[in-house]
Every structure is written in C-alpha cells, then in structure tokens.
Design a protein around this ligand. Structure first.
Ligand code: ACM
Length: 262
C-alpha cells in the first residue's frame, strides 16, 4: 500500500442505554474483526444519551485511564489500529461529553465537547480541551463531537492546526449535519468521518446516515437511516494536504483575516 494511503471508516451502531459492558463488547468485536487504520464510533457510545440528571449519568461515566478501556488499548497496540469513540468522562468531580482517541500504541487522548447541545448543558461541563490534532501513523487526526459541526470555527480550527481527518462521533437528532459536513470538508479540504448512531431514547430519535466526505466535498459513502453499518475505505492523505483549489487560490493563503470578526 502507498505510504500516503490509509484505511478509514465508521461504525454506525445502535447503543444500549446504561449498558456499557454490552456496548463495549460490540465495539470490541468490530475493532477485532475489521481491517483499518482508523475507525470512528458514535458519541456517548458506552452509556447512551438521555440521562435524567448528573447523579444518574455519573454511574455510567469513566476516567480516561479506566481499565474498562484496556482491552481496546491492547488491541490497538498489537494490531496497529486507531479507534475513536464518544464516552461520558469523569474527571476531578466533573463530567464531560468526551471523545477518546486510542492510538496505535494504545495511548489515550481525550477531546471534551466544546459546544453542548440542548439538555447536555445541564448534564455536562463545557469542554476545556479545545481543538487539537494528533499525528497517529502519519495521519493527522482531529476530533469534534456532534453539535460542534454547527460552529464552522470547530472544523476550521482543526484544519488550521494541520488536520487531515476530522473524526466526528455523533448522536444526531437534527437533519442538517450530514449535508453541512460536505461543506465543512470542502471549505477546509479535509476528510470528515461522521459516525452517527441509530435507534431512539426517550423523545430522541437518532438519524443514522453516517458518512465519510473527501477534501473535495465528495460523499465517499453514506449509511442508511435505519440499519447498522461498518464501512471502511482507502483514502489518499495527499488530498487533504493540498489546500489549492486552482493555481491562484489556496484556501488558507487567500483568507482575509483583517476583515473577519473573531
Ligand atoms: C448532539 O450534539 N448530540 C445533537
């Protein structure tokens, strides 16, 4: 395989509410079975979504170094895989809606959701990690979570930090994100992997249609709204490193920061 080629994918799955061991078993099965460099699972993939209050949520929250993640870390290390999934993170008496990146050495990095959606604002603390990019197996990976998409600054920040691929665990309930992410990929010339979940909890219905979009804004694959799907595709990283649209326009160099509001 060409050095610049990578296998990336999403796992669109349903998630059992308050059943972390069961959800983890499903994730582990997929991580063991499929051949990939990077795979992305949905937001809050261990716990589910619709918690009544912080006290209830705390029982299904984990620290970054919790041993519940050891088996995935070990698989990542022994088979040189990178896995991203959402989880409820407890840290210093606070709870964050977080995304865990486990790299090919089994090392763990946490991104904490910057823009909380609806009742999440009463369950979680606002994320304090900011947007960052990690180089894993030569792939520059950035994370954002679900509703972060509606703020173009999220993907722009990741792109400006050198990201090749936006890993985007989601529990989408509104119908706009998938189409909007085409623009987010196109305007930043990056790949995006939106991994959404299925099913419902309480009044929430999750909309599926997980997808991978190329730096040219091409939807390489989009799942249905109704069934679980694992999808892996081989991509070329040189596409996300070329910010030129034509010989005169480089999307970063042509920015006019003096005219933009911060
Ligand atoms: C969302 O941010 N889970 C809609």
């Amino acid at each position: 395989m060409n050095k610049c080629q990578s296998k990336i994918g999403y796992a669109q799955i349903d998630i059992a509410f308050k059943k972390p061991e069961k959800n983890l078993e499903k994730i582990l099965k997929i991580v063991k079975k499929y051949d990939f460099d990077l795979i992305v699972f949905p937001e809050l993939a261990l716990s589910g979504y619709d918690f009544k209050n912080k006290k209830e949520l705390l029982n299904f929250s984990f620290e970054r170094e919790d041993k519940i993640f050891d088996e995935i870390s070990n698989i990542c290390k022994t088979s040189s895989k990178i896995v991203v999934f959402g989880f409820s993170e407890k840290s210093d008496g606070k709870i964050f809606n977080s995304s865990l990146l486990i790299d090919e050495n089994g090392k763990r990095y946490v991104y904490r959701k910057t823009h909380l959606f609806y009742r999440e604002t009463i369950l979680f603390e606002k994320g304090d990690t900011g947007f960052f990019v990690k180089d894993c197996k030569g792939i520059k990976i950035g994370m954002m979570i679900c509703f972060d998409w509606i703020f173009p600054e999220s993907s722009r920040s990741l792109a400006l930090k050198g990201c090749d691929i936006i890993a985007h665990p989601s529990n989408l309930v509104l119908p706009y994100c998938q189409d909007a992410m085409i623009t987010r990929s196109l305007e930043n010339r990056v790949y995006s992997i939106t991994s959404n979940r299925l099913g419902g909890e309480g009044t929430y219905h999750f909309t599926g249609k997980s997808q991978i979009v190329s730096p040219q804004g091409i939807v390489l694959n989009r799942a249905s709204a109704h069934s679980e799907k694992i999808y892996i595709v081989e991509i070329a990283l040189n596409l996300s490193r070329n910010k030129k649209i034509n010989r005169y326009n480089d999307i970063f160099k042509c920015r006019r920061k003096d005219f933009y509001e911060c």
